[in-house]
Design a protein around this ligand. Structure first.
Ligand SMILES: C[S@@+](CC[C@H](N)C(=O)[O-])C[C@H]1O[C@@H](n2cnc3c(N)ncnc32)[C@H](O)[C@@H]1O
Length: 156
C-alpha cells in the first residue's frame, strides 16, 4: 500500500507477510516474501530500514518481532512503526477486553507503556512520535534507531 511512497523517499521496499493472500494483493507493487515476522529470512545487521504498518495488533508476539527487527537492522538502522493508537482506538476502545473484541477477531491490545517499553527492551532507541487521525488520533507512529552499543538483549 505504501510501496510508492517508500520508493519516493529513496528506499527499495520488500514486503513481508504470513498471508499468501495479502502478498498476492501486494506483489504487483513490490517484491514480497512469505515469512513470519518473528523469524525474518534476513541476515543479522543487514537491512538499513524496517517499516511495520498496521500490524502490531495482529501480532500477539510483537515484542519478539521488535527483537527480530533489531537483529536484522544495520547498527545505524531505522525502524518505523505505524499502528493502531493504544490510547485512542475509536470504536475499538470500548470493547477491547479479553472477552469481547479480542476473542472475536483475535486482535491484541498493547497498552502504551507495554508497547513503548518493548522498543527499549529490544534495543531500539525511540527518536520521534507522531499521531494521525481526526477527531481522535487513531494511529500512533514511532521512529526508532539502532545505535552501536545499544543493548539488544531484553532488560530484566
Ligand atoms: C491489518 S493487516 C495490514 C497489512 C498491511 N501491512 C497494510 O498496511 O495494508 C495485518 C497483517 O499482518 C499480518 N501478520 C500477522 N501476524 C504476522 C506475522 N507473525 N508475521 C508476518 N505477518 C503477520 C497478517 O497476515 C495481515 O496481513
Amino acid at each position: 500500500m505504501h510501496a510508492a511512497l517508500v520508493r519516493e523517499l529513496g528506499w527499495t521496499p520488500v514486503g513481508v507477510d504470513l498471508s499468501g493472500g495479502m502478498l498476492r494483493h501486494a506483489r504487483g507493487r513490490l517484491p514480497v516474501a512469505l515469512a513470519d515476522a518473528v523469524r525474518l529470512p534476513v541476515r543479522d545487521n543487514s537491512v538499513p530500514a524496517v517499516i511495520s504498518v498496521m500490524v502490531h495488533t495482529d501480532m500477539p508476539a510483537y515484542p519478539a518481532v521488535l527483537r527480530e527487527v533489531a537483529r536484522v537492522l544495520t547498527p545505524d538502522g531505522l525502524f518505523v512503526h505505524v499502528g493502531v493508537h493504544p490510547c485512542f482506538c475509536g470504536g475499538f476502545a470500548q470493547s477491547w477486553t479479553d472477552k469481547e473484541l479480542r476473542d472475536e477477531v483475535g486482535a491484541s491490545h498493547w497498552p502504551l507503556p507495554a508497547l513503548l517499553n518493548a522498543f527499549g527492551d529490544a534495543g531500539l532507541a525511540v527518536e520521534r512520535f507522531s499521531e494521525g487521525g481526526a477527531p481522535l488520533p487513531v494511529v500512533l507512529a514511532v521512529a526508532a534507531t539502532t545505535r552501536p552499543g545499544t543493548p539488544r538483549t531484553p532488560r530484566r
